[in-house]
Design a protein around this ligand. Structure first.
Ligand SMILES: Nc1ncnc2c1ncn2[C@@H]1O[C@H](COP(=O)(O)OP(=O)(O)OP(=O)(O)O)[C@@H](O)[C@H]1O
Length: 834
């Protein structure tokens, strides 16, 4: 294939776009690499080597052999290499070699999703190595088969949910399996982050404890996408020291990576008259259609299932006008499809019968698809690990391929397409998890004690003092009994069923279709008012429903199927109180704090909007207040630093400007990474002009040196805008989703006595995001300011300071004021040595 295929495809997808609308903000050519193969390790069983050879693997790549040897020789290891770099072989080789040699040993494989577990079982079974009895044990395993698996399987494929509820909770029935447990495989371990990751970390400690009880001490083999500090992450996740193998020896094709910002729409405006851009989904359909016309096998990653379906439809619509025969070569792919449908789609894409597939991240993990001609990413997938994982589906075996990152209309994506280094030159972040979160620790310790009485020496593996405190509370609640030998579970019932490891506990709200009585899914209690309030549009597996009733007492949301051409946005009022300040640093009029807060929120209504952003109407709601104890990072600014003139202090604004947040549903965020993405331009007093040429703040009178120079009336809007943009940018440092965090800003806060901007975790007890914000305060706020400055809109738009979930209808928002405030804060931080 032509070396410059990526460049040629780029020429095709930009052909015909007028220069003034040129969406391409950056192009980077990433070189390819050839494979480094090594001989099979001497310990590898010949039958296994033969089986791999029959599947086209003549020799292992160097990193595979290295990781496999660590595992075989009993050292815990994490292999952290790129997409499709053959991580499976790294754990298959040692496990299969022992089983093929007839050793009486067992292995346990854990994957974050059932589908991935099924794929991996299929791959192991297809090798057909003698002596291997591999079987899955998950929610789909029929009861009649479960006994067989427990008694006979020597390699069990499961997931953390089943390990928690179905295996550890009744470990006595698995005694024979545990006695011989020699290896635990933790696949795609980078996805264990945030609250879910914290649960899994404690679950793995429980697993180790139970295995030890039966006399086994398994070796852990972890597979991860490329991440920073994989060894320390793997060690935190498992609680045992892990070696890391990171040198990727698999072959990789060259890639042309293009950053793409859709143009502003001339004919449409959004909330408060703000300019809006063409949607990333529509833009992606257009690009995908061009690629299909070129005969390029392409994948487009879209963040929602519905978005993936819509992008496929959009692509087909465009193609039907060009060449109707090509419409057949385009499809959507997402979880929720039957395994056979997914297999058929994968095969069709690999064979070239399908050319364009619009997918959710279902095709990101574990699916054996690589070597495509092009990948389009509609929006930042949340982490660099995901970005590279998705981009890695393009360009293998020496082919040059095209990767297009299309920005959505939000501050983070806008920042990234204008700061390529933040996307292309940064080391991938490590995942954040916080197993010491008491909201996670308490239910996990209850399960651990119910499994086996906990002794004092075992405290250390669960976090030492933090665990001791939690145990004391559980004892006080009479859930445990303390004896001299340790802690004992008091009830006959096991706590496991009550403990949801993917959220932060509490009774889940069931979402039920009224007509059929079918349960569609569950929603975290903390986010129910937000996600399934009456009138809300609820999406499930690509289908759309509208909520008729939310009964919080019964834990039920009743919905009916409906596919309206509008979406809903809840309106929420939020209040925040500081419970304790754990860290505080003073920087001459600016202080930066980390601590515990109580966030009280109430959904008071919702907006209906068209996909274009146009608001149809606003409906009031009467729902109860919700309270969330969590962690926050906040900064305060003294009056002289805000005010316009020396002596001209801003009056305190009586009405606090708050913005909504605190949704605890959806994916749990991940780990963060402190990076050097500081703004290229000077950051100081907020004097630099905005990109639109407007000077930022010139409000009469003199100004104290370094102050923001804002008259009091502008302070709430300035803080509010600064808070929105900061929420938008935190995912760059804390690798959470913007929906995992929330914020409140106020011109005067009663606990701090000053103008304050809070950004808080959306999960009870926190998931480590606020800590990341605190640790990266300067680069985070510098990036925030830079994102606002570089946005070309005049007074604020979704690309900079408007928030899609604002409880105050994005009002007041003062874009220039936000730049001034952030400039002042950064000036103070820098001047005082932050
Ligand atoms: N040493 C090798 N030589 C040739 N092909 C190999 C080798 N090792 C693995 N492969 C092939 O590479 C492909 C990707 O392997 P695998 O799915 O294990 O990668 P992965 O790193 O787990 O992928 P993902 O990033 O999707 O998790 C498979 O088709 C596999 O057969």
């Amino acid at each position: 294939m032509d070396e410059s295929r990526g460049r040629r495809l780029l020429g095709r997808v930009t052909a015909g776009i007028p220069a003034r609308e040129d969406p391409v903000t950056h192009v980077a050519d990433l070189p390819g690499r050839s494979a480094t193969c090594v001989p099979w390790p001497s310990w590898a069983d010949p039958a296994v080597v033969r089986a791999f050879g029959d599947c086209g693997v003549a020799l292992p790549w160097a990193h595979q052999a290295e990781a496999a040897s660590h595992a075989y020789e009993g050292r815990h290891v994490v292999v952290s290499t790129g997409t499709a770099s053959g991580k499976s072989l790294a754990y298959q080789l040692p496990v299969l070699s022992r089983l093929a040699a007839g050793e009486k040993t067992n292995a346990l494989y854990l994957s974050p999703t059932k589908a991935l577990g099924a794929d991996q079982l299929r791959s192991v079974s297809s090798l057909d190595v003698p002596g291997v009895r591999a079987a899955s044990f998950d929610g789909d395993t029929p009861m009649v088969e479960r006994d067989w698996v427990r008694a006979h399987a020597n390699w069990v494929f499961t997931n953390p949910d089943m390990l928690h509820r179905g295996i550890l909770s009744q470990h006595g029935r698995w005694a024979a399996f545990f006695r011989r447990l020699g290896c635990v495989v933790v696949d795609e371990c980078h996805s264990y982050r945030g609250v879910f990751g914290s649960h899994v970390a404690l679950l793995l400690r429980r697993l180790r404890r139970v295995a030890e009880h039966y006399g086994a001490s398994p070796v852990f083999v972890l597979a991860s996408a490329t991440t920073a500090s994989p060894a320390s992450f793997a060690s935190r996740l498992t609680g045992v020291p892990c070696e890391a193998v990171t040198e990727d020896a698999s072959p990789r094709g060259a890639r042309t990576v293009v950053l793409w910002e859709p143009p502003l729409l001339e004919e449409l405006t959004g909330e408060n008259g703000a300019p809006v851009r063409r949607s990333a989904g529509a833009e992606t359909s257009r690009i995908l259609a061009d690629l299909v016309v070129e005969g390029a096998r392409s994948l487009a990653f879209i963040r929602s299932r519905r978005g993936a379906e819509l992008a496929a439809l959009g692509t087909r619509r465009i193609l039907s006008e060009v060449d109707p025969a090509l419409t057949e070569t385009v499809a959507a792919y997402r979880s929720g499809y039957l395994p056979e449908e997914r297999r058929a789609l994968e095969a069709a894409l690999l064979s070239g019968r399908l050319l364009g597939v619009a997918t959710t991240n279902a095709l990101e993990l574990g699916v054996d698809i690589a070597g495509l001609d092009a990948v389009v990413l509609a929006g930042y997938p949340g982490t660099l690990a995901s970005f590279w994982q998705q981009a890695g589906r393009a360009g293998r075996s020496g082919d040059s391929a095209l990767v297009v990152f299309v920005a959505r209309d939000d501050p983070l994506d806008t920042y990234l397409v204008h700061h390529p280094a933040a996307l292309l030159s940064r080391p991938v972040e490590t995942a954040v998890l916080d197993p010491a979160n008491p909201y996670v620790l308490a239910p996990q310790l209850a399960c651990a004690v119910a499994e086996l009485p906990l002794t004092v020496p075992e405290l250390e593996m669960f976090g030492g003092a933090a665990a001791q405190e939690v145990l004391a509370e559980l004892t006080e609640q009479k859930l445990l009994r303390r004896r001299s030998s340790g802690w004992y579970w008091t009830s006959r019932d096991r706590p496991h069923a009550e403990v949801g490891i993917r959220g932060t506990g509490g009774e889940q709200i069931a979402v039920v279709e009224s007509d059929s009585g079918r349960m569609l899914g569950t929603v975290d209690p903390g986010s129910a008012c937000f996600a399934v309030h009456p009138g809300a549009v609820y999406l499930h597996q690509g289908s759309s429903y509208v909520v008729d009733e939310l009964d919080l007492d019964q834990g039920l949301a009743m919905v009916h199927a409906e596919n309206p051409d509008w979406t809903t946005t809840p309106r929420e009022i939020v209040d925040i109180a500081v419970l304790s300040t754990q860290e505080k640093q003073e920087f001459g009029g600016v202080s930066v704090c980390l601590g515990e807060v109580a966030v009280t929120s109430q959904v008071v209504g919702y907006l209906r909007r068209r996909p274009s952003g146009e608001v149809l109407d606003s409906t009031p709601l009467d729902l109860p207040e919700q309270s969330l104890h969590t962690r926050a990072v906040w900064y305060t600014i003294s009056s002289p630093l805000l005010g316009p003139a020396v002596g001209g202090r801003p009056r305190v604004s009586a009405s606090a400007s708050t913005s909504a947040s605190a949704s605890a549903d959806g994916e749990v965020g991940t780990g963060g990474h402190r990076v050097g993405t500081e703004s290229a331009g000077p950051v100081g007093t907020g004097e630099e002009p905005l990109a639109n040429g407007r000077g930022p703040v010139h409000e009469g009178g003199g100004r104290a040196p370094g102050s923001a120079g804002l008259i009091p009336a502008r302070v709430p809007g300035a803080l509010h805008a600064a808070e929105h943009a900061a929420i938008g940018l935190l995912p760059l440092f804390a690798t959470c989703d913007r929906w995992d965090i929330g914020g409140v800003s106020t011109a005067w806060h009663e606990d701090t006595g000053e103008a304050t901007v809070f950004v808080h975790d959306g999960h009870p007890g926190g998931a480590g995001f606020a800590e990341r914000g605190y640790a990266a305060i300067v680069p985070w706020l510098a990036a925030t300011r830079e994102a606002i400055v570089s946005c070309e809109c005049p007074t604020g738009c979704p690309s900079c300071v408007q928030s899609p979930k604002c409880g105050n209808g994005n009002d007041p928002l003062d874009k220039a004021g936000a730049v001034a405030v952030l400039g002042t804060v950064l000036g103070a931080l820098r001047q005082h040595g932050a």
